[in-house]
Design a protein around this ligand. Sequence first.
Ligand code: ANZ
Ligand code: ZN
Length: 823
Amino acid sequence: MLEKYNFGEIESKWQKYWEDEKIFRTSEVEGKEKYYVLEMFPYPSGKLHMGHVRNYSIGDVIARYKTMAGFNVLHPMGYDSFGLPAENAAIKHGIAPAIWTTQNIAEMTEQLKELGFSYDWDREVATCRPDYYKWMQWIFIQFYNKGLAYKKENPVNWCPSCQTVLANEQVVDGCCERCKSLVGKKELSQWYFKITDYADRLLDNLEVLEGWPAKVKTMQKNWIGKSIGAEVDFDIEGYPEKLKIFTTRPDTLYGVTYMVLAPEHPFVKKLVEGTEYAEAVEEYLDKVQHMSDIERTSTTNEKTGVFIGKYSINPLNGKKVPIFISDYVLMDYGTGAIMAVPAHDERDFAFAKKFDCEIIPVVESADPAIDINNLKEAFVAEGKMINSEMFTGLNNKEAIIKIIDYLEEKGIGKKSINYRLRDWLISRQRYWGTPIPMIHCEDCGWVPEKEENLPVLLPTDVEFTGKGESPLTTSKTFAKTTCPTCGKEATREMDTMDTFLDSSWYFLRYTDAKNDKEAFNKDKQKYWMNVDQYIGGVEHAILHLMYARFFQMALYDLGYTSHEEPFANLLTQGMVIKDGKKMSKSIGNVVSPEEIIKKYGADTARLFILFAAPPERELDWSDAGVEGSFRFINRVYRLVYELRDLVQDAPESYILETEADKSLAYEMNTTIKKVSEDVGGRFSFNTAISSIMEMVNEMYKYKEYDDINLGLLKAAVNNLVLILSPFTPHICEEMWQNLGHNESVYKTSWPKYDESALVKDTVEIVIQINGKVKEKMNVANNLDKAAFEKMAMENDKVKALTAGKTIVKIIAVPNKLLNIVVK
Ligand code: ANZ
Ligand code: ZN
């Protein structure tokens, strides 16, 4: 052991050892309790950022702790390696996506190894490799055969800059999530997954995911957006067809004063054909086409619309009301038509004010301050029914049920449920993704590729222009094939899969990453799944986590998985910020992991990140904090360096004799207990680390006593190294070896604490006179108030200081302090 802490040497030494000895390789061990800890795998951009380091440090502490605590731990890593950046590099720099990606993977792997993460690298997956995407294609075919994949012509979100289709989930505020361009609409024939078949299960199962943050569950719930209401048939004056509307407020039927159709509603053309309204409607439709759904439904936008010259009849009271079209009604929700109740709906209220429509209140507020006949805004709360014939007087919640019954009885409507969740659009007009393994035959239609012909390989003879259709169409070899059913000439699908598919089952592949006969073996997934602890950014709260749940459920229904839910517990780590802002190139506040590793070593980087904030919170990067962590590591190193020879020959057992012995034993045992609980249960790493820091302080104090107990000191030093090892693994291996141990610290059991040493015999108390501290003394723990006061008053110094004075009052706080007020 060198006198000076040389992190560079120590870290590369132990990284090599772990790799050579395959310390972190795992396999199924029957009878040993398994623990699967997983961090979201990265996109191989080439460089790790601090967000990655944080994510993976959290996972690594858990994995190392669980290993030492006796679990059979699975802790894998891989790469989500299909996607746009590789293709953009091809367009810009002419470098093949496969080569660009492979280089990046190599660089990132090196960085991950430099940080000392305990991955079983034998299980590494990269989604762009044929041995992975072969099984992606196989899963697609299973979904297709089960009726979960279908092709449909539809207006889709189209990013004019990325030249590709986007899922609804990838459109943020009407803009492309990736390049921020304004998204338009385009008619295209596309592949979809029927995730809507799973809407109720995805929603209901949230209840049993007790280990998920409430925030994430709420986001998923809102995304699924289940609305219970009714469908009601309105008549259209002069037309035989019924106008179907969806409402969540059938209780407001008597307050309907106009109707609104989505501008794209199929009735609209028919209703205005040949009338004076046709032109205005046409113009309006044109304008709406370029707007995103978010803009259209915003409650703050000025309302626009066009009266189409026709009227509708309310089936409950026969009232005749005008029909409008307006952008705030969307075609692909409900029935694409609404009944408008301005008295009780915000958007209807704004529209009615602008277009001078009637406002009829039908629910009265209990609050006398609200003048229901002269509303300043829509009244949306609960209340008592008014102006509603036989339903008047009911509570409006009751009325909802009664009115639905009545509609059903009369055959003019029925209970109806709507979801915001849409089917998942999975085709992309992109090169760097899994080819969709479907073949189109003129006679047989769409036919899946035969299983023995998988994988359908990505061709390499393609051009990257960044424009137009899928780059696969430029390959001379790819399209032409034969029909798997009839053998006739046929063409391949030329779109590739959304990369969110690849990341929807990688956790299953890790359980059996090398299998070339199956996507994963059923027994192996059964042994390892589900993931006990998943860790990643909250930005994946909806998309990735919803898709992965859907895959897991669909594969469960197909009989391939044994759990319905993939992730038992979820931890979403906070962002890493600097100077109060997210680290970003444009702000210029990025701290690169490489820089920190070079200057202080990986152990310091890890310790700082884990110590600076609880995992769910934002982490404010601080150079002083990094320095502090480095100093602490040095302090531990010096302590072990100084004591290593002394304790090696010391006895394995010890008897506590002096007060100092008892105090150190107490410190050691409480620290082991605290670290075990903080790391094993609450993931409160920062408090665990600060208790280790206190223990180190106590050890520094203890070693200066004349009368030291070497057996005890030996236990303390060994335990210190063990409990620190999940955080700073390299230096702990080094110290462990130098303390005379032959095996890796990770082959050693997590230390146990002595329950009986957790109570202190004595406590230090403070004595104040008139509020000023005058004396400290040790007294027996948990003395009652009277005994405590007596002890303190018998102290010599206290006696001297109070001699000849009048004692006005004594305030005693047992185990803490005694304040004597004198005159
Ligand atoms: C009448 C009514 C009265 C409504 C009232 C609300 C309040 P959620 O909760 O999102 O499901 N709606 C129905 N289809 C629509 C569409 N395609 N585009 C825009 N809005 C639509 O909202 C359901 C409510 O949103 C429905 O209930 C309907 O307005 C409107 F005091 O009907 B309601
Ligand atoms: Zn055919």
